[in-house]
Design a protein around this ligand. Structure first.
Ligand code: UTP
Length: 418
């Protein structure tokens, strides 16, 4: 696009601050900004801005509890049948793993990609990426295969992550089986709909959420690559759960047997108002709902066995058929917005540090993909076996709690179950 067309668009889409900045800066900075603007679709930005004003519709009246498979209640025959169905996919080289590592990890406050964070587990400290590598390597040994492992990075951390793997010799994982792909980004927008310029004259963008994984896999050729390899099932997990079981043959067996395209492992909420997303049925489709959006009487409701009716919580342990990923990658997931504080350049090219949240970041969430399918399979896991996230610097879901859960898990499973 020509410079005058860009300026015209900036006027049309009401970006007066950027127009002022462009008028005041020297030619180099102006060119730098114009080049970036030529790659930004202002019509899309306007749509994002419209989204700020919308409030999420939660029509709670139609919510129903989901059904899940509880492995503790399966007979040995049923359990073995599921396991075998899943294991056959792995043994036949039709299974791949994706780890999402494109997040900013702001709550942890660690200066670097979260996967490069080291936690002091027994018998020796490990990086989060190392924990994942070891976990897949154990499955490789068990099933006599090498599982292709893809890592989703962001524009911000891709180089650091690739270098980190090089420096650490891929933690012994065969390098030719590891692939990196960058996720997408979306611009940040201030409350009045303006783009943000930072002190280096960059238009500020941020990674567009873990739901970006599908589209990013398509854009970066990962889906094609998997098809060429004959992959049929893909586990997509998050980097910060140190008990993540990526090669979840039970979940895969259940999904195959139930003829689902998606499987997810849940855990039972610790108490009705625990701050976690709850798996519910809405209009017959699985949806993840914030606990605060579920009416009080539903939150406390119990079934005939005395269990919480709305107790199944989402822990981002998801399995997709490659067909499902292909389909979702062509759909538009909704945006979720986060109101945050971002430093910005004002119309006089001065940086302003706001004292209150002043702008929005937009993200896609992976669980919104569930709604494109008439059913998904849910297997109930256990907190102490499946979920030890490293989210916060301290307190709940911190390195301290994750280390404890990890060490306890491995004391129970010296045989290398995960
Ligand atoms: P979270 O939503 O917990 O975010 O990510 P985070 O980046 O780790 O931490 P905060 O919220 O900034 O403190 C859940 C998983 O999704 C990945 C993360 O890397 C993590 O594995 N993720 C998140 C992405 O890959 N890309 C994103 O844009 C966001």
């Amino acid at each position: 696009m020509e410079e005058n067309e860009i300026l015209e668009e900036l006027r049309e889409y009401k970006q007066p601050r950027l127009l002022d900045i462009l008028n005041k800066v020297d030619i180099n900075k102006r060119e730098k900004l114009i080049k970036q603007l030529s790659q930004i679709n202002l019509k899309e930005i306007e749509k994002l801005y419209e989204n700020i004003k919308e409030t999420a519709d939660v029509d709670v009246g139609e919510l129903k509890p989901v059904k899940s498979v509880n492995p503790d209640k399966l007979s040995k025959e049923e359990f073995d049948e599921y396991e075998e169905l899943g294991a056959n996919v792995v043994k036949n080289n039709k299974f791949a793993v994706v780890i999402m590592a494109g997040g900013e990890g702001t709550r942890l406050g660690f200066n670097g990609p979260k996967g490069t964070f080291k936690i002091d587990v027994e018998p020796k400290p490990k990086y989060l990426f190392e924990i994942m590598a070891d976990s897949i390597a154990r499955a490789n040994k068990k099933y006599g295969v090498t599982i292709p492992w893809y890592i989703m990075t962001s524009n911000k951390n891709n180089e650091q992550i690739v270098n980190f793997f090089e420096e650490h010799s891929y933690f012994g994982y065969p390098k030719e089986y590891v692939g990196f792909f960058e996720q997408g980004e979306l611009p940040l927008i201030t409350e009045d709909g303006q783009l943000i310029v930072d002190e280096d004259y960059n238009i500020r963008k941020a990674a567009d959420g873990n739901g970006s994984v599908f589209k990013s896999m398509r854009d970066r050729g990962v889906i094609e690559d998997m098809k060429a390899k004959g992959i049929e099932w893909v586990y997509i997990g998050q980097i910060d759960n140190v008990l993540l079981k990526m090669v979840d043959t039970l979940l895969m067996g259940v999904a195959i047997k139930e003829k689902s395209e998606i499987g997810t492992r849940s855990i039972l909420k610790a108490f009705p108002k625990e701050k976690v997303g709850t798996l519910c049925l809405k209009n017959g489709k699985v949806k993840v709902i914030e606990y605060s959006e579920i009416p009080e009487e539903m939150i406390e409701a119990k079934n005939e066995n005395g269990e919480m009716l709305f107790g199944e919580s989402n822990i981002t342990c998801n399995l997709f058929s490659l067909n499902a990923i292909d389909k979702i990658s062509k759909e538009n997931l909704p945006y979720h917005k986060a109101h945050k504080k971002y430093e910005y350049m004002d119309e006089n090219c001065k940086m302003v540090e706001p004292s209150e949240p002043n702008a929005y970041k937009f993200e896609y969430f992976i669980f919104d993909s569930f709604e494109f399918f008439s059913q998904i399979s849910i297997v109930r896991g256990k907190r102490e076996e499946d979920f030890a996230p490293v989210k916060n610097k301290d307190g709940v879901d911190s390195p301290e709690t994750a280390i404890k859960l990890y060490n306890e898990y491995w004391r129970r499973h010296e045989d290398g179950r995960m």
